[in-house]
Design a protein around this ligand. Structure first.
Ligand code: NAD
Length: 501
């Protein structure tokens, strides 16, 4: 096992403590703040202002006013310019964002060069901003002759209104700017509520909006709080038209129920238990060790392929290969670019992951590597990269999202059995298929009930690529044309022939 010692991970600049409400960087009215903890060292990095329901109320009122009383929702050229300003402002602070992510999320530096930072920073705002200029905001239908009258018909696409964006801690920059890009490009206004564990990326965004863009006051508000109830306040408030949520399925389910009272549109990106299927014609030695990629960011990714499905007649060989790969995973100080994994986000999450490991052992699964807290890392919320063999797809560790560096290895009989096992789960977020035969891999992929798939390691990622889940993994899509359209209402208009236009 290759290990690096955790020291003080980074020396980030003190994060922005203030939130953005109605165009102003403000402290909470109560004056209270909450600590931002470095999960790799357990040290307090600093504090963030702690909003209460009164602060949230002001933010919702500001977003409502900006939507109802300004031309934000209809001025396409202005919106595009504002998003481009924000893109450039973020880009200019790329390295500060990187240091902050590593410090507050415990995200390994290597991941910041990909989906945690650099990839979304490049196109999460730019792509929807450009789409503003080419999107068909209006389309014409053939005239009708009804009631003896000619009617011209058009369909308009309009912003939904005020969007409450509720975000998780695991990919904070990626999720926040992915949401903000699409919400603003489509002409909505927003109240963003970041996760309490990772507020600084969002408060930095708020400062950049206030200081470097022409985005009008109230169009976007960023409300930080240690209290999850402020998320629910957004869901319940009738002035909010839509909730864009990324987080756990349990919270997503509750949001869907609560949002029904005001008939809000909900877009829910939730958890996963994705399968990596290695078909029997694949080169096991070349593919199976890649399953250890799920340890990236200590397994705290919704699309991580946490179930490895291998042919039964090659099961022992696969377990040996993947065990060796997990034992070689380099983890520790997230600031060290050699490390694939840092810590879990907090002590509670570490207890949760250890509880799942204990459950796996109790249910009869066999630990082949890992399974505990690393003895050599005295501080930080670390868990060893862990592999379970002899796993049946009915076991808790095979069914539930663990959100830690824990892989289960499950045998299958043939392609149909692999598809059956992969689909035999409440979740349906993502998956992967490996085969020497591309057609066979694609045929298996078509039968997977998932929102995204990697075939022979291919990447689907991009701001232009719709991302989301089937079944308990959510409703709707982030990104892509599908995500963009989800932030729009549709108005069908009939125009009588005798009216001047
Ligand atoms: P979480 O559901 O606990 O919290 C997410 C956000 O919801 C936080 O901002 C939290 O304050 C808020 N919240 C909590 N209770 C709420 C309520 N009753 N009403 C409204 N808001 C509430 O999730 P988490 O632990 O922060 O994130 C990890 C989860 O997110 C994992 O399950 C992971 O799979 C999922 N996730 C999914 C995707 C995806 O794209 N599908 C992406 C990232 C993370």
């Amino acid at each position: 096992m290759s290990i690096t010692t955790t020291t003080t991970s980074t020396s980030p600049q003190l994060g922005e403590t203030r939130m953005l409400v109605d165009g102003k960087l403000v402290e909470s009215r109560s004056g209270r703040s909450f600590d931002n903890i470095n999960p790799a060292t357990e040290e307090v990095l600093g504090s963030t202002t702690d909003a209460d329901s009164g602060d949230m109320d002001r933010a919702i009122a500001a977003a409502r006013r900006a939507f109802d009383e300004t031309s934000w929702s209809t001025d396409h050229a202005f919106r595009r310019r504002c998003l481009e300003q924000l893109h450039h402002a973020l880009d200019a602070e790329r390295e500060e964002l990187r240091a902050e992510l590593i410090a507050e999320a415990g995200c390994p530096s290597i991941a910041t060069f990909g989906p945690q930072l650099d990839w979304p920073l490049d196109d999460a705002l730019r792509w929807p901003a450009e789409l503003i200029s080419t999107f068909p905001w209006e389309r014409t239908l053939p005239d009708t002759e009804l009631f003896g009258m000619t009617s011209h018909r058009v369909v308009w696409k309009e912003a939904v209104g005020v969007v409450g964006a509720i975000c998780p801690w695991n990919y904070p920059v990626e999720v926040v700017i992915g949401k903000v890009g699409q919400i603003l490009a489509t002409g909505n206004t927003a109240v963003v509520k970041p996760a309490p564990d990772t507020p600084w990326n969002a408060t930095r965004l708020g400062r950049l909006i206030a200081e470097h863009t022409d985005i009008p006051p109230g169009v976007i508000n960023i409300v930080t709080s240690s209290d999850h109830a402020l998320g629910e306040q957004l869901v319940l408030d009738p002035r909010v038209d839509m909730i864009s949520f990324t987080g756990s399925t349990a919270t997503g389910r509750r949001i869907a129920e609560k949002a029904a009272a005001t008939m809000k549109r909900t877009f829910l990106e939730l958890g996963g238990k994705s399968a990596m299927i290695v078909l029997d014609d694949a080169d096991l030695a070349a593919t199976v060790p890649g399953a250890s990629f799920m340890c990236m960011h200590a397994g705290q990714g919704c699309a991580m392929q946490t179930r490895l499905l291998v042919p039964r007649h090659r099961y022992d060989e696969a377990v040996e290969l993947v065990t060796a790969a997990f034992a070689a995973v380099s983890y520790g100080d997230p600031a060290d670019p050699a490390n694939l994994a840092g810590p879990l986000i907090n002590a509670k999450q570490r207890e949760r992951v250890l509880g799942y490991i204990e459950k796996g052992v109790q249910e009869g699964a066999r630990l082949t590597t890992g399974g505990g807290v690393p003895a050599h890392l005295e501080r930080g919320f670390f868990v060893e990269p862990t592999v379970f063999a002899d796993v049946d797809n009915t076991m808790t560790v095979a069914r539930e999202e663990i959100f830690g560096p824990v892989l289960v290895v499950i045998p299958f009989e043939d392609d149909a059995d692999a598809v059956r096992i992969a689909n035999d789960n409440d979740y349906g977020l993502s998956g992967g298929v490996f085969s020497a035969d591309r057609g066979r891999a694609l045929s298996v992929t078509r039968r997977l009930r998932v929102g995204s798939a990697m075939v022979n390691g291919g990447l689907f990622y991009g701001a232009d690529s719709p991302y989301g889940g089937y079944k308990a993994s959510g409703v709707g899509r982030q990104n892509g044309l599908e995500g963009f359209e989800q932030h729009l209402q549709t108005k069908a208009v009939g125009l009588a022939d005798d009216v001047d236009d």
